[in-house]
Design a protein around this ligand. Structure first.
Ligand code: SAM
Length: 284
Protein backbone atom coordinates (compact mmCIF):
# COMPACT_ATOMS: atom_id res chain seq x y z
CA UNK A 1 0.00 0.00 0.00
CA UNK A 2 1.34 3.42 -0.92
CA UNK A 3 2.60 5.61 1.92
CA UNK A 4 0.21 8.39 2.73
CA UNK A 5 1.08 10.59 5.70
CA UNK A 6 -1.16 12.13 8.37
CA UNK A 7 0.09 15.56 7.23
CA UNK A 8 -1.08 14.87 3.68
CA UNK A 9 -4.51 13.96 4.99
CA UNK A 10 -4.78 17.17 7.06
CA UNK A 11 -3.52 19.25 4.11
CA UNK A 12 -6.13 17.67 1.82
CA UNK A 13 -8.90 18.47 4.30
CA UNK A 14 -7.87 22.14 4.34
CA UNK A 15 -7.17 22.33 0.60
CA UNK A 16 -9.58 20.05 -1.29
CA UNK A 17 -7.85 20.81 -4.59
CA UNK A 18 -4.30 22.08 -5.10
CA UNK A 19 -5.48 23.28 -8.54
CA UNK A 20 -7.90 25.62 -6.75
CA UNK A 21 -5.01 27.04 -4.67
CA UNK A 22 -3.12 27.92 -7.85
CA UNK A 23 -5.69 30.65 -8.68
CA UNK A 24 -4.84 32.51 -5.43
CA UNK A 25 -2.78 35.65 -6.14
CA UNK A 26 -0.49 35.41 -3.09
CA UNK A 27 0.21 31.72 -3.78
CA UNK A 28 0.90 32.50 -7.42
CA UNK A 29 3.40 35.26 -6.70
CA UNK A 30 5.26 33.44 -3.93
CA UNK A 31 5.37 30.11 -5.80
CA UNK A 32 6.42 31.60 -9.13
CA UNK A 33 9.27 33.49 -7.43
CA UNK A 34 10.59 30.49 -5.47
CA UNK A 35 10.38 28.19 -8.52
CA UNK A 36 12.21 30.74 -10.68
CA UNK A 37 15.05 30.89 -8.11
CA UNK A 38 15.23 27.08 -7.90
CA UNK A 39 15.50 26.86 -11.72
CA UNK A 40 18.12 29.58 -12.06
CA UNK A 41 21.28 27.41 -12.11
CA UNK A 42 19.78 25.04 -14.74
CA UNK A 43 19.14 26.44 -18.25
CA UNK A 44 16.92 23.44 -19.15
CA UNK A 45 14.48 24.32 -16.36
CA UNK A 46 14.22 28.04 -17.03
CA UNK A 47 11.72 28.01 -19.88
CA UNK A 48 9.05 25.93 -18.16
CA UNK A 49 5.57 27.46 -17.66
CA UNK A 50 5.09 29.65 -14.56
CA UNK A 51 5.01 27.57 -11.37
CA UNK A 52 1.32 28.18 -10.60
CA UNK A 53 0.35 26.63 -13.95
CA UNK A 54 2.51 23.56 -13.26
CA UNK A 55 0.87 23.26 -9.83
CA UNK A 56 -2.57 23.64 -11.43
CA UNK A 57 -2.03 20.55 -13.55
CA UNK A 58 -0.63 18.70 -10.52
CA UNK A 59 2.90 18.06 -11.86
CA UNK A 60 4.02 15.32 -9.46
CA UNK A 61 2.01 16.99 -6.67
CA UNK A 62 4.99 19.22 -5.94
CA UNK A 63 4.44 22.82 -5.00
CA UNK A 64 7.73 24.62 -5.79
CA UNK A 65 10.03 21.98 -7.25
CA UNK A 66 8.11 20.12 -9.94
CA UNK A 67 10.49 21.10 -12.78
CA UNK A 68 12.17 17.77 -13.46
CA UNK A 69 8.97 15.82 -12.98
CA UNK A 70 7.25 18.11 -15.50
CA UNK A 71 9.86 17.38 -18.18
CA UNK A 72 10.16 13.65 -17.44
CA UNK A 73 6.40 13.00 -17.45
CA UNK A 74 6.03 14.47 -20.93
CA UNK A 75 8.94 12.52 -22.40
CA UNK A 76 7.96 9.22 -20.78
CA UNK A 77 4.38 9.52 -21.97
CA UNK A 78 5.46 9.98 -25.60
CA UNK A 79 7.94 7.10 -25.42
CA UNK A 80 5.08 4.87 -24.26
CA UNK A 81 2.63 6.12 -26.93
CA UNK A 82 5.16 5.54 -29.72
CA UNK A 83 6.33 2.17 -28.38
CA UNK A 84 2.70 0.98 -28.30
CA UNK A 85 2.10 2.21 -31.89
CA UNK A 86 -0.76 4.47 -30.91
CA UNK A 87 0.59 7.02 -33.39
CA UNK A 88 3.72 7.96 -35.36
CA UNK A 89 5.88 11.05 -35.78
CA UNK A 90 3.54 12.11 -38.64
CA UNK A 91 0.18 11.61 -36.95
CA UNK A 92 -2.56 14.17 -36.46
CA UNK A 93 -3.12 14.13 -32.71
CA UNK A 94 -5.55 15.74 -30.27
CA UNK A 95 -4.97 16.17 -26.55
CA UNK A 96 -8.02 16.74 -24.33
CA UNK A 97 -7.25 18.64 -21.11
CA UNK A 98 -3.84 19.78 -22.38
CA UNK A 99 -3.14 22.09 -19.42
CA UNK A 100 -0.04 24.21 -19.89
CA UNK A 101 1.48 21.97 -22.55
CA UNK A 102 3.37 19.37 -20.51
CA UNK A 103 2.63 16.71 -23.14
CA UNK A 104 2.78 19.06 -26.12
CA UNK A 105 6.36 20.15 -25.36
CA UNK A 106 8.02 16.87 -26.37
CA UNK A 107 6.35 17.31 -29.80
CA UNK A 108 7.68 20.85 -30.15
CA UNK A 109 11.25 20.21 -28.94
CA UNK A 110 14.03 20.46 -29.75
CA UNK A 111 12.89 23.64 -31.48
CA UNK A 112 15.89 23.64 -33.84
CA UNK A 113 15.19 20.09 -35.09
CA UNK A 114 11.74 18.80 -34.04
CA UNK A 115 11.19 15.07 -34.60
CA UNK A 116 7.39 15.43 -34.72
CA UNK A 117 6.09 16.26 -38.20
CA UNK A 118 2.36 15.80 -37.61
CA UNK A 119 -0.22 18.23 -36.25
CA UNK A 120 -1.38 18.80 -32.67
CA UNK A 121 -4.62 20.23 -31.25
CA UNK A 122 -4.88 20.85 -27.50
CA UNK A 123 -8.18 21.53 -25.71
CA UNK A 124 -8.56 22.86 -22.18
CA UNK A 125 -11.13 24.63 -20.04
CA UNK A 126 -8.61 27.00 -18.44
CA UNK A 127 -8.21 30.28 -20.32
CA UNK A 128 -4.87 31.20 -18.74
CA UNK A 129 -3.28 27.89 -19.73
CA UNK A 130 -4.69 28.08 -23.27
CA UNK A 131 -3.26 31.61 -23.61
CA UNK A 132 0.12 30.43 -22.32
CA UNK A 133 0.18 27.61 -24.88
CA UNK A 134 -0.87 29.86 -27.76
CA UNK A 135 2.06 32.13 -26.96
CA UNK A 136 4.64 29.37 -26.56
CA UNK A 137 3.98 26.94 -29.43
CA UNK A 138 4.35 27.58 -33.18
CA UNK A 139 0.81 28.18 -34.53
CA UNK A 140 1.49 26.43 -37.87
CA UNK A 141 1.22 22.97 -36.31
CA UNK A 142 -0.03 23.60 -32.76
CA UNK A 143 -3.59 24.76 -32.23
CA UNK A 144 -5.17 25.39 -28.80
CA UNK A 145 -8.93 25.49 -28.24
CA UNK A 146 -10.78 26.77 -25.16
CA UNK A 147 -13.44 24.28 -24.02
CA UNK A 148 -16.95 25.67 -23.39
CA UNK A 149 -17.37 23.39 -20.33
CA UNK A 150 -17.53 24.86 -16.81
CA UNK A 151 -15.94 23.39 -13.70
CA UNK A 152 -16.00 24.39 -10.02
CA UNK A 153 -12.34 23.40 -9.78
CA UNK A 154 -10.80 24.39 -13.10
CA UNK A 155 -12.61 27.45 -14.38
CA UNK A 156 -13.84 30.71 -13.05
CA UNK A 157 -17.20 32.41 -13.42
CA UNK A 158 -20.73 31.34 -12.70
CA UNK A 159 -21.68 27.74 -13.35
CA UNK A 160 -24.60 27.33 -15.73
CA UNK A 161 -27.87 25.78 -14.61
CA UNK A 162 -27.23 22.03 -15.16
CA UNK A 163 -30.51 21.64 -17.01
CA UNK A 164 -29.49 24.28 -19.53
CA UNK A 165 -26.05 22.90 -20.29
CA UNK A 166 -25.58 22.51 -24.03
CA UNK A 167 -22.06 21.82 -25.24
CA UNK A 168 -21.12 23.03 -28.67
CA UNK A 169 -17.58 21.74 -28.73
CA UNK A 170 -16.26 21.07 -32.21
CA UNK A 171 -12.59 20.19 -32.08
CA UNK A 172 -11.91 19.17 -35.66
CA UNK A 173 -13.48 17.85 -38.85
CA UNK A 174 -15.02 14.38 -38.88
CA UNK A 175 -12.58 11.50 -39.58
CA UNK A 176 -9.56 13.83 -39.55
CA UNK A 177 -7.38 12.65 -36.61
CA UNK A 178 -5.23 9.59 -35.89
CA UNK A 179 -4.93 9.70 -32.12
CA UNK A 180 -6.93 11.37 -29.32
CA UNK A 181 -5.51 11.17 -25.81
CA UNK A 182 -5.96 12.63 -22.36
CA UNK A 183 -4.00 12.23 -19.17
CA UNK A 184 -5.84 12.92 -15.93
CA UNK A 185 -8.77 14.67 -17.58
CA UNK A 186 -11.56 12.15 -16.99
CA UNK A 187 -10.54 12.22 -13.31
CA UNK A 188 -12.03 15.76 -13.36
CA UNK A 189 -15.11 15.20 -15.53
CA UNK A 190 -18.68 14.62 -14.44
CA UNK A 191 -20.85 12.46 -16.64
CA UNK A 192 -22.14 15.05 -19.13
CA UNK A 193 -18.63 16.29 -19.96
CA UNK A 194 -17.24 12.74 -20.15
CA UNK A 195 -19.95 11.80 -22.67
CA UNK A 196 -19.32 14.97 -24.65
CA UNK A 197 -15.58 14.22 -25.04
CA UNK A 198 -16.06 10.54 -25.88
CA UNK A 199 -18.60 11.36 -28.59
CA UNK A 200 -16.43 14.11 -30.05
CA UNK A 201 -13.33 11.87 -29.91
CA UNK A 202 -15.14 9.19 -31.89
CA UNK A 203 -16.42 11.70 -34.46
CA UNK A 204 -13.02 13.25 -35.21
CA UNK A 205 -10.97 10.03 -35.33
CA UNK A 206 -10.24 8.31 -38.63
CA UNK A 207 -11.34 4.66 -38.91
CA UNK A 208 -8.78 2.59 -37.00
CA UNK A 209 -7.66 5.61 -34.92
CA UNK A 210 -6.89 5.16 -31.23
CA UNK A 211 -8.28 6.87 -28.15
CA UNK A 212 -6.28 6.70 -24.93
CA UNK A 213 -7.43 8.15 -21.62
CA UNK A 214 -6.73 7.73 -17.93
CA UNK A 215 -9.38 7.74 -15.20
CA UNK A 216 -9.80 6.73 -11.58
CA UNK A 217 -11.33 3.27 -11.77
CA UNK A 218 -13.31 2.32 -8.63
CA UNK A 219 -12.21 -1.31 -8.89
CA UNK A 220 -8.49 -0.47 -9.23
CA UNK A 221 -7.73 2.54 -7.05
CA UNK A 222 -6.74 1.91 -3.43
CA UNK A 223 -9.62 3.33 -1.41
CA UNK A 224 -9.28 4.52 2.18
CA UNK A 225 -5.89 6.19 1.96
CA UNK A 226 -5.46 9.14 -0.38
CA UNK A 227 -8.89 8.54 -1.97
CA UNK A 228 -12.32 7.53 -0.70
CA UNK A 229 -14.65 8.58 -3.54
CA UNK A 230 -17.46 8.32 -1.01
CA UNK A 231 -19.99 10.63 -2.69
CA UNK A 232 -22.19 9.97 -5.74
CA UNK A 233 -23.01 12.37 -8.55
CA UNK A 234 -24.98 10.27 -11.04
CA UNK A 235 -22.58 7.56 -12.25
CA UNK A 236 -19.59 9.53 -10.96
CA UNK A 237 -17.98 8.91 -7.55
CA UNK A 238 -16.53 12.14 -6.18
CA UNK A 239 -14.14 12.89 -3.36
CA UNK A 240 -15.58 16.25 -2.30
CA UNK A 241 -19.23 17.14 -2.96
CA UNK A 242 -18.46 20.88 -2.80
CA UNK A 243 -15.79 20.59 -5.51
CA UNK A 244 -16.99 17.49 -7.36
CA UNK A 245 -14.63 17.92 -10.32
CA UNK A 246 -11.57 18.02 -8.01
CA UNK A 247 -11.38 14.21 -8.17
CA UNK A 248 -13.84 11.90 -9.93
CA UNK A 249 -13.90 8.11 -10.30
CA UNK A 250 -16.03 5.73 -12.36
CA UNK A 251 -16.72 2.01 -12.36
CA UNK A 252 -14.92 0.05 -15.05
CA UNK A 253 -18.16 -1.27 -16.61
CA UNK A 254 -19.60 2.24 -16.87
CA UNK A 255 -16.57 3.57 -18.77
CA UNK A 256 -16.25 0.59 -21.12
CA UNK A 257 -20.00 0.62 -21.89
CA UNK A 258 -19.93 4.35 -22.50
CA UNK A 259 -17.03 4.02 -24.93
CA UNK A 260 -18.85 1.20 -26.75
CA UNK A 261 -22.09 3.20 -26.91
CA UNK A 262 -20.15 6.02 -28.55
CA UNK A 263 -19.08 3.53 -31.24
CA UNK A 264 -15.60 2.46 -30.06
CA UNK A 265 -14.46 -1.17 -30.34
CA UNK A 266 -11.57 -3.13 -28.75
CA UNK A 267 -12.18 -1.25 -25.49
CA UNK A 268 -9.75 -2.29 -22.74
CA UNK A 269 -9.12 -0.99 -19.23
CA UNK A 270 -5.87 -1.72 -17.37
CA UNK A 271 -4.73 -0.70 -13.87
CA UNK A 272 -1.46 1.15 -13.41
CA UNK A 273 -1.05 0.25 -9.73
CA UNK A 274 -1.43 1.93 -6.34
CA UNK A 275 -3.22 5.25 -6.30
CA UNK A 276 -2.62 5.83 -9.98
CA UNK A 277 -5.31 6.22 -12.60
CA UNK A 278 -6.15 3.32 -14.88
CA UNK A 279 -5.82 3.42 -18.66
CA UNK A 280 -8.66 3.02 -21.12
CA UNK A 281 -7.68 2.34 -24.74
CA UNK A 282 -10.17 1.94 -27.61
CA UNK A 283 -10.24 1.96 -31.40
CA UNK A 284 -12.64 3.58 -33.86
C1 SAM B 1 -4.60 17.21 -13.82
S1 SAM B 1 -4.57 18.36 -15.14
C2 SAM B 1 -3.72 17.44 -16.40
C3 SAM B 1 -3.16 18.32 -17.51
C4 SAM B 1 -2.46 17.58 -18.64
N1 SAM B 1 -3.27 16.51 -19.17
C5 SAM B 1 -1.14 17.00 -18.15
O1 SAM B 1 -1.07 15.80 -17.89
O2 SAM B 1 -0.21 17.77 -18.01
C6 SAM B 1 -6.25 18.36 -15.67
C7 SAM B 1 -6.49 19.32 -16.81
O3 SAM B 1 -7.81 19.17 -17.30
C8 SAM B 1 -8.36 20.45 -17.55
N2 SAM B 1 -9.81 20.33 -17.51
C9 SAM B 1 -10.62 20.12 -16.44
N3 SAM B 1 -11.90 20.05 -16.85
C10 SAM B 1 -11.90 20.19 -18.19
C11 SAM B 1 -12.89 20.17 -19.19
N4 SAM B 1 -14.18 19.99 -18.90
N5 SAM B 1 -12.51 20.35 -20.48
C12 SAM B 1 -11.20 20.53 -20.81
N6 SAM B 1 -10.22 20.55 -19.90
C13 SAM B 1 -10.56 20.38 -18.62
C14 SAM B 1 -7.76 21.33 -16.47
O4 SAM B 1 -7.82 22.71 -16.80
C15 SAM B 1 -6.34 20.79 -16.43
O5 SAM B 1 -5.51 21.42 -17.36
Amino acid sequence: MAFYSKHDRIFRKLVPSVAKLSYNLAFKMAGDTVARIVAQPFPELRDLPPNHLCVRIGAGNRVFNGHVNFIQAGNQTWLAFLARNYCTSRSDVVELGCGCGRLARPLRDPVWDPWFEGTYVGVDIDKEMIEYCRQNFPPERFQFILSPHKSRTYSRGKLPDESKVAFDLTIAAEDSKDFVYSLSLFSHLLEAEAVDYLQESYRILRAGGIMFLTFFCMEHVELGQRWTFAHRCGNAYVENPHYPEAAVAYKEAFMTELARKCGFREVTVAPRGGNRQSELVARK
